[in-house]
Write a protein that binds this ligand. Structure first.
Ligand code: HEC
Ligand code: HEC
Length: 339
């Protein structure tokens, strides 16, 4: 009998049958794995297109609701600019840090208002809640409340679309020179730094505007935004003055020596501190000992006094490092006096 054309599909050997089974399971697994990895780019693409559509919808909402105050291009007018380099803020060159900012050198609107969250959250919350409390601002307009959760006219989805639209200006805004940046400084600007470099066009005018706004608000802006020079810190207070104003005299005195039978009222007398400080704690110099006693009263408790120390640890926080150092040197002076 002639074999049918599909005769090769019949497998007689059991080993071969098992092999076929294994192979088909492997192929199925492989197909699942491939499909799994293809899903991510597909979802990313969908998110992108969703965001794109969200920005488009946000644009329409913006032109209808916001442009009259914030400008059609976000350039400001009756309300602050949003399409602005200062508004988005930027990272300042690590080599150029005249503001003496601690770690981060991110400067702009968010650092000025002290907002720790993201730009997206800042915009979303501002426009959802509005700024009803700022009825008397330099714009003579109040930022209305938009979010329905705060009694405004727009649902949460529309607020998100608007936020996406505003945040979408970022790249364009960051390409502005100081001259092109439409930002008008708020009178409540703290100005912890401006995101401009001295060699950019319009730098001086921008700095001048920021200083003027700060002065109008009765603030000192000089040290931070003058761009090159840091203004001198306030002069250090004299040790005698600190000894009185920091209430040291309530518990200590410098006019008597601390001895076994002549102990200060609450804390030890400081008259002979210059003599004893160097030998009170082994391995600590007199300066180290006095310094530590002030910034961390519990680090070492003077014999005969209760633990924890009744001396407040918060006193040091109210003095600058320079002032504490001055106080230490003065306390170790045998001829110190308080008026
Ligand atoms: C009636 C005018 C007016 C309208 C309309 C308006 N705003 Fe405002 N907006 C203001 C004012 C004024 C401020 C500044 C308030 C202040 O002094 O803090 C402001 C502030 C903002 C801020 C914060 C700016 C900053 O640097 O702190 C954002 C973001 C904002 N508006 C977005 C919008 C959006 C989005 C819309 C449209 C839904 C909108 N605004 C509609 C007047 C308006
Ligand atoms: C509320 C009371 C109180 C005040 C205020 C206070 N101290 Fe004291 N101080 C103490 C007591 C109690 C001790 C002893 C216990 C200890 O070691 O903390 C002490 C210990 C010290 C010592 C170590 C003295 C030694 O003889 O070894 C120094 C130095 C000192 N204080 C400096 C200061 C200075 C400077 C101020 C002001 C900035 C100050 N204290 C304010 C209560 C006070």
């Amino acid at each position: 009998m002639k074999k049918p054309w599909y005769h090769y599909l019949f497998t007689r050997s059991p080993i071969a049958k098992i092999m076929w089974g294994i192979a088909s399971v492997m192929i199925t697994i492989l197909a699942l794995v491939v499909q799994h990895f293809m899903e991510y780019p597909r979802m990313d693409a969908q998110t992108l297109s969703w965001e794109g559509r969200s920005v488009e919808q946000g644009a329409a909402l913006y032109y209808n609701n916001c442009a009259s105050c914030h400008g059609y291009q976000g350039q400001g007018g009756a309300a602050p600019a949003l399409n602005s380099r200062y508004f988005f803020g930027t990272e300042v060159d690590a080599d150029f840090n005249p503001w003496d900012l601690p770690e981060e050198r991110w400067v702009g609107r968010l650092t000025d208002v002290g907002w720790a969250g993201s730009m997206h959250d800042y915009v979303e919350l501002t426009l959802a809640g509005g700024r009803p409390s700022k009825a008397h601002n330099q714009w003579n307009q109040v930022m209305p409340t938009w979010g329905s959760q705060f009694g405004g006219p727009l649902g949460a989805d529309k607020v998100i679309h608007l936020t996406n639209f505003v945040v979408n200006w970022r790249e364009e805004a960051l390409a502005q020179t100081p001259e092109e940046d439409p930002w008008q400084f708020f009178q409540d600007t703290l100005s912890t730094g401006l995101p401009y470099m001295p060699d950019e066009p319009g730098y001086d005018a921008k700095i001048a505007a920021a200083i003027q706004a700060a002065e109008l608000a009765g603030r000192e802006a000089g040290y931070m935004i003058d761009g090159v020079e840091a203004a001198p810190p306030p002069p250090a207070r004299a040790p005698q003055e600190l000894y009185v104003t920091m209430t040291c005299t309530a518990c200590h005195g410098v006019d008597q020596d601390q001895t076994e039978d002549n102990r200060g009222p609450v804390g030890p007398y400081h008259g002979n501190l210059w003599e004893t400080a160097g030998s009170t704690v082994e391995g600590m110099s007199a300066e180290e000992y006095v310094y530590t006693s002030i910034i961390d009263p519990n680090a070492h408790i003077v014999d005969g006094y209760p633990s924890p120390s009744s001396m407040p640890a918060t006193l040091a926080e109210q003095m600058t490092e320079e002032e504490i150092q001055g106080l230490v040197a003065w306390l170790l002076d045998p001829n110190k006096e308080v008026d």
